[in-house]
Design a binder for this molecule. Structure first.
Ligand SMILES: [Zn+2]
Length: 435
């Protein structure tokens, strides 16, 4: 039984905050409680009020004075790159060819894929990430390991077998037919099983022939409810090479649009160097640009104009992610610290309410899954995290001078990491302390 009363300071966003003083954008309970029944949130509110509705003798867990939030959502990372993170490379293409592609070849082996999957989910839980959108490798074995482990832990995960049929080592190539057939097999075996969601996953235009793009298009037409994930406009050399490979395309975005891969369930990793026409095309399609700040800085890819894209006349939907292993931290707190700095360099402000909205409800909206994850609203699954803004001696000292909730959130984002995550609940089950 997962029925329990979880007490603490609750914060859950109702919509995107418009400013640092936009208190209407979130619900906050200083002495709050969540009633969790059958893995779902049954009630949210003031402790005394929720307590009075709870059955006699219910288990009570007191997390005061810590904050309780919806679990973080990571919108883009690579499950087979846990042993690629922290690889010394000059840029994206060198990093891919020297480190990433050889490492991903190992995921043809079932035992290796299963071992890394265990570590992958341990790391997500340790960092307070309860849902992630991941690339597996080209091998079906990697997708099987990824989804089997998610099922075991009851986690809501999105993932896909990568489709790639050129410009990579032989051990990492499928064919248009294989990519199609194996993606279909992964969908049949895993989509809708537990909380698993399969995404159609052509890696990016450079590693897929036009024939494979047509295969991805066929999958998208057959399974219109599925997410599509790929990479877009991360690096100038990548953009140039893409346009050599697709000379007919107006620009990089047009490659995906041409094959019917641009829609409201499309998640485009990076999308840093978009033209106005491309930003319009994303906006009109409702496609999501997924910002991966630690990766963009680590690989020197560029500064993503997040705020500028959001306030366009035709706004672009934006989400945030770690991009392990191009990214340098599993922590969404570290991720938003770097996102903040990138906006600073662009002369923009990213306030802490927006950051915490993006990591939770914002990403859930970008996934079209806000009915299940991303908030503490009754009816949603009890995927929660407990954060301590005084988790380290330096944070504790700084907390002495913190007076407001936004200040506390900003401290968590600026100084926090996995040490600030006291507990991670998945469907009402405490997972972090159980690791
Ligand atoms: Zn990526």
């Amino acid at each position: 039984m997962t029925d329990k009363l979880i007490r603490g300071r609750l914060i859950s966003f109702k919509r995107a905050p418009l400013s640092l003083t936009d208190t209407e954008s979130y619900a906050y309970e200083h002495d709050g409680a969540l009633l969790v029944a059958d893995g779902r949130i049954a009630a949210f509110g003031d402790y005394a009020a929720v307590r009075s509705r709870a059955p006699e003798g219910i288990e009570e867990i007191d997390h005061r004075p810590h904050l309780i939030l919806p679990g973080f959502i990571d919108m883009h990372l690579h499950f087979p790159q846990m042993q690629v993170i922290a690889s010394y490379a000059a840029n994206l293409l060198e990093w891919l060819n020297t480190y990433t592609f050889p490492e991903e070849c190992r995921f043809v082996e079932t035992d290796h894929a299963a071992r890394i999957a265990t570590h992958f989910y341990d790391e997500l839980i340790r960092h307070g990430t309860t849902t992630a959108v991941a690339y597996c490798s080209v091998h079906k074995t990697s997708a099987d390991a990824f989804f089997a482990e998610a099922l075991k832990r009851g986690m809501c995960m999105v993932g896909g077998k990568v489709m790639m049929d050129r410009n990579a080592p032989q051990g990492l190539l499928d064919t248009p037919e294989m990519g199609y057939d194996e993606t279909r097999a992964v969908i049949a075996e895993w989509h809708g099983k537990g909380r698993n969601h399969v995404a159609i996953t052509p890696r990016f235009a450079i590693t897929s022939t036009p024939a494979q793009m047509r295969a991805a298009q066929a999958l998208a037409e057959e399974f219109p409810d599925l997410h599509i994930q790929t990479h877009l406009s991360e690096n100038h050399d990548e953009i140039r090479y893409t346009l050599e490979l697709y000379p007919q395309a107006k620009d990089y975005t047009d490659v995906y649009a041409h094959y019917g891969l641009l829609g409201p369930k499309t998640l485009l990793g990076h999308a840093i160097h978009l033209s106005e026409r491309e930003a319009d095309a994303l906006s009109e399609a409702g496609a999501v640009a997924v910002h991966c700040p630690t990766s963009n800085l680590f690989l020197g890819s560029g500064l993503f104009p997040m705020k500028a894209l959001m306030r366009r006349e035709k706004p672009v939907r934006v989400a945030v992610a770690t991009d392990i292993g191009g990214g340098s931290s599993y922590s969404m707190l570290r991720t938003m610290d770097e996102a903040y700095k990138i906006q600073q360099l662009l002369g923009e402000r990213l306030n802490p309410l927006e950051s915490f909205y993006l990591m939770t409800r914002g990403n859930a909206e970008a996934l079209s899954m806000v009915g299940d994850i991303g908030t503490l609203e009754p009816g949603t699954t009890a995927d929660l995290i407990v954060l301590d803004a005084a988790a380290t001696p330096a944070m504790k000292l700084r907390m002495e001078t913190v007076k407001t909730l936004p200040e506390e959130l900003f401290l968590l984002q600026t100084m926090g990491d996995d040490r600030a995550v006291i507990e991670t609940y998945v469907a009402g089950n405490a997972m972090k302390t159980a690791l």
